[in-house]
Design a protein around this ligand. Structure first.
Ligand code: SF4
Length: 332
């Protein structure tokens, strides 16, 4: 269970029910009032090596921007929702590109406004729209602190149309199993080989627990996707990923297998990640490889084209062998 070291809070969270509940839940934790969750000077001035300690704090505020961004992968819109950042510390975390070392967990208490806007947009549309509500955080993790996901699923029933979707690397799904989700929630579990989870995805759930969580969610009638992501090409990548795909084919149950779709995403990395990881996790493995990677835009890296192509062919081949009836939505 996550117990914050310090709570940083905007005063107006007390105008919201959830704000009051959280302040009461953490009444014994030291608190610091802030003007704006986006700009905490004390945090900005910390050194990179403090990154994992910064993640022990919890920031609570009110979300001010509610712009939906069009998307063309597994959803129609990316929607800013009830949190950003995370208490875990995956060494490649995409949020570090946006928030740098300030990728700690921020909770937003104005959930009614956010869900209302989704429901209005869904109901107004002629098509069934899918809203990605987890692109800025991990909502299963957040739910273990706020119950927001359970609340969201129960209240999304007011909508006659549309789907909500989000990815996760966590296994705390028991609260979601016995609620009425109306078939309108698509939960996408992100997986990686055990060795990568242990060495790179600090603070997330084990592969075994993630697989058990997927099985439980499928048994509870949720729509399920699996992200093999991010694919990290360590020297033994062929062994790692063929073992992973075989393991999934053995341990996923039939309720998963008859419906699951896959997304495969190769790791991108950046200069910011390198700097933070070198200082914050000096004994961890180095995810940057000059032999295997090339530049991609300003300060970013991706795998070189030949290696990328070889690994895509390899992964497609393994997926065809172990999951011949399941769709790969995309490989990027
Ligand atoms: S679980 Fe997701 S949001 Fe959290 S650190 Fe890992 S990649 Fe980032």
């Amino acid at each position: 269970m996550f117990i914050p070291k310090t709570i940083y809070f905007e005063k107006n969270i007390l105008d919201y029910q959830l704000g009051k509940e959280l302040m009461n839940k953490y009444k014994d934790i030291p608190k610091i009032e802030i003007e704006n969750h986006n700009n905490i000077e004390e945090m900005r001035n910390k050194e990179n090596k403090e990154f994992p300690y910064m993640k022990r704090n919890l920031i609570i505020g009110v979300r001010k921007t509610h712009n939906f961004v069009k998307n063309h992968k597994t959803s129609d819109y990316l929607v800013p929702y009830t949190s950003s950042g995370c208490t875990a510390s995956c060494m490649y975390c995409y949020l570090v590109c946006n928030y740098n070392k300030c990728a700690y967990l921020r909770l937003f208490v104005n959930r009614e406004e956010m869900l209302d806007k989704i429901i209005r947009t869904a109901d107004k549309s002629n098509e069934e729209l899918t809203f990605e509500i987890g692109s800025n955080s991990d909502l299963i993790l957040e739910n273990s602190i706020t119950n927001n996901l359970k609340w969201t699923i129960e209240n999304f029933k007011k909508s006659q149309k549309g789907f909500l979707t989000f990815p996760t690397k966590f296994d705390m799904v028991d609260d979601l199993l016995n609620i009425d989700h109306n078939g309108r929630i698509i939960i996408r579990m992100s997986v990686n080989p055990d060795e990568i989870i242990r060495k790179v995805e600090f603070g997330t759930s084990s592969l075994y627990n993630r697989i058990q969580a997927i099985n439980k969610l499928a048994d509870a009638g949720y729509k399920i996707g699996i992200l093999i992501a991010p694919v990290i090409l360590l020297d033994n990548w062929k062994t790692l990923y063929s073992e992973l795909i075989e393991k999934l084919s053995i341990e996923l149950n039939n309720n998963v297998k008859k419906q699951v779709f896959f997304e495969i995403i190769f790791m991108t990395y950046s200069f910011i990640h390198r700097k933070i990881n070198e200082e914050a996790f000096p004994n961890a493995i180095n995810l940057f490889s000059a032999d295997k990677m090339r530049g991609r835009g300003k300060g970013k890296y991706m795998y070189k084209d030949d290696l990328r192509k070889e690994s895509e062919v390899f992964l497609r081949d393994k997926m065809k062998k172990y999951f011949p009836n399941n769709k790969i939505e995309y490989i990027v």
